[in-house]
Write a protein that binds this ligand. Structure first.
Ligand code: G3P
Ligand code: CA
Length: 268
């Protein structure tokens, strides 16, 4: 069961390769052996679920366009690695510049029965996204009772409404509630207990966390997976304070801090 020392590769191994590209997922999954691939999903005009963090293609596609107004064919024309090569010349590779936006189906075709942590991004602007996501997951047999019981396909969101929809569509699916800074401290135990009946974990901003808050969440029955933990000092502190895992751009460093490797880190 994936519930201790969990390493979630945030947008893949995105400290080393362009986020949400096969280059980044290959590194995290095959080379660094992260437990999960983290995927932010959006939906095109023609209803295809694609993986990209932003709602527009400006930052990683270096051009103009809003995903929900673009067809899959248009999305497939953009390249999502040149910005990374420009920003991190010491990590640049020619093939990064050729990376295109993956569809969710392509991710599942490439990584098969890997473990996935899928975020419904901006679900309010994509009516029907949860239904479409469920359909794709079922097509690839990623919502079997066994996989759900083993936390191998997890849905995460900042939107509680989106998690409730997912729970209604697939009651056994493991869910994580992402939390903006301050949110957990503002919530009463009573409110959190209601959520805990169908949400197994919380994902707070790591800067929000300290030992008392982690202990409070554990007492209420949640696992705690903060985002986005990239600094080794922060990792060490929060591991000592009791986190169960984390989202990280550096899966190799988090594995090292969890003592899952013999000190090996990835060399590009
Ligand atoms: O999903 C965890 C973390 O990724 C949330 O923040 O903005 O990087 O998707 P963001
Ligand atoms: Ca995310």
């Amino acid at each position: 069961m994936l519930s201790k020392n969990v390493v979630i590769a945030h947008r893949g191994a995105s400290a080393y390769a362009p986020e949400h590209s096969f280059a980044s997922y290959d590194l995290s999954h095959f080379d660094m052996r992260a437990d999960y691939i983290e995927l932010d999903v959006q939906m095109t005009l023609d209803g295809e679920i694609i993986v990209m963090h932003d709602e527009t293609i400006e930052r990683t596609g270096l051009s103009h366009g809003v995903i929900k107004e673009m067809t899959l064919k248009e999305i497939k024309e953009i390249r999502i690695g040149q910005w990374f090569n420009d920003k991190f010349p010491e990590l640049a590779h020619d093939y990064y510049a050729e990376q295109s936006v993956p569809t969710l189906k392509e991710v599942f075709e490439r990584y098969g029965k890997a473990n996935y942590y899928i975020e419904t991004k901006a679900p309010d602007i994509y009516p029907g996204m949860e239904e479409q996501l469920t359909r794709v997951l079922e097509t690839f047999e990623l919502l079997t009772e066994e996989r759900m019981a083993n936390y191998q396909t997890v849905i995460q969101s900042f939107s509680l409404e989106s998690l409730i929809k997912m729970h209604q569509l697939k009651p056994g699916i493991p869910l994580l509630l992402l939390c903006k800074k301050g949110m957990l401290r503002d919530m009463s135990d009573e409110d959190l207990q209601k959520i805990q009946s169908f949400v197994y974990a919380v994902g707070p901003n790591y800067k929000d966390l300290d030992q008392p808050l982690i202990e409070r969440m554990h007492r209420l029955g949640f696992l705690v997976f903060p985002y986005t933990l990239n600094d080794e000092g922060d990792m060490e502190r929060l591991i000592n304070e009791g986190i169960d895992g984390a989202f990280t751009n550096n899966p190799d460093l988090l594995r090292k801090q969890f003592r899952l490797d013999n000190g090996e880190v990835f060399e590009s």
